[in-house]
Write a protein that binds this ligand. Structure first.
Ligand code: AMP
Ligand code: ZN
Ligand code: FE
Ligand code: FE
Length: 280
């Protein structure tokens, strides 16, 4: 791959559950030689908004993106949204504020559950770390710092994973609503890391992707740090079969996922150009 054409369309700042500030993320993008980056924080554009002047100063093309957790057939499915041509509407931003409120309501219940398990942890402690976008990765950090778990993964395994004793349900939006809102705001909805959807059941995934394309989903994340070469080939075939666009990225989270480097996932040079053409 031509290093001058390197892009990464999936990354997180400390405005959601990454650890680099928006300015630091732009610095890292320049350092690794990216020429286009999308910030896809969970439920917020705050990282993108703050990074934009730094990207402009550095001559780096910054694509506005988002990642939301949605509900589909009883499971949690992450949906990416890209706004490459124009910034998203105020209406979409207001909807994100609503998602943030639902997240806070979950966090209140999660703290109560952890306290009921005998852990000494407060909402103020986790919110110091995660602010408005406090999520389970921030809970995991506090649990590690307090010696309740030996590392972040261990904190999930012991307390925070869906199968662990501390888990509490979070109200998530139906995926069709998220798709519709993104489309209405000039965005391109893309199915995030399909490897985590329908796990290794490839036939089921094909049925689901066909269904989601029927709802208006316009792309699928073919390239991702968690995807094997077999995964990539299969998701590429699904994109062709259902006439979907292709996105990809590292899903960089800084020190919260220390093994994943920005720009570490190879993506075809024309991916961004094709993505721009998908905007309705
Ligand atoms: P939240 O949106 O607050 O429920 O947190 C979800 C995030 O927690 C995901 O995006 C992952 O980064 C992380 N996560 C969820 N489950 C696990 C797990 N079992 N192991 C490690 N990280 C997880
Ligand atoms: Zn994340
Ligand atoms: Fe995700
Ligand atoms: Fe992500």
């Amino acid at each position: 791959m031509d290093p001058a054409g390197m892009i990464d369309l999936h990354s997180h700042t400390d405005q959601s559950d990454g650890t680099l500030t928006p300015a630091e993320l732009i610095g890292e993008a320049v350092r690794v030689g990216l020429n286009a980056l999308s910030i896809t924080d969970h439920d917020t554009f705050a990282g993108y908004d703050a990074a934009l002047p730094f990207a402009e100063a550095a001559g780096l093309e910054l694509i506005c993106g988002i990642e939301v957790s949605t509900r589909y057939r009883g499971v949690s499915v992450h949906l990416l949204g890209y706004f490459p041509n124009q910034p998203p509407s105020e209406e979409l931003r207001a909807w994100l504020s609503y998602l943030q409120e639902m997240r806070r309501e979950r966090n209140v219940r999660l703290i109560a559950k952890l306290q009921s398990l005998g852990l000494d942890i407060t909402l103020a402690e986790v919110e110091t770390m995660g602010r408005t976008l406090t999520g389970r990765p921030h809970f995991a950090r506090v649990l590690v710092e307090k010696g309740y778990a030996k590392d972040l993964q261990n904190a999930f395994d012991l307390y925070l994973d869906e199968s662990a004793p501390g888990y509490v349900f979070r109200q998530e939006v139906p995926i069709e609503e998220a798709i519709e809102r993104m489309l209405k705001s000039g965005g391109v909805p893309s199915l995030a890391h399909p490897v985590r959807v329908a796990k290794n059941n490839w036939e089921k995934l094909a049925l689901w992707v066909e269904d989601l394309a029927g709802y208006g989903m316009r792309a699928i994340e073919v390239y991702h740090s968690d995807h094997s070469p077999e995964n990539v080939a299969y998701y590429q075939s699904l994109a062709e079969r259902f006439d979907l666009g292709v996105t990809g990225g590292s899903d960089f989270h800084g020190a919260n996922k220390p093994k994943i480097a920005l720009g570490s996932v190879a993506i075809p040079d024309d991916t961004l150009e094709k993505l721009k053409a998908l905007v309705c």
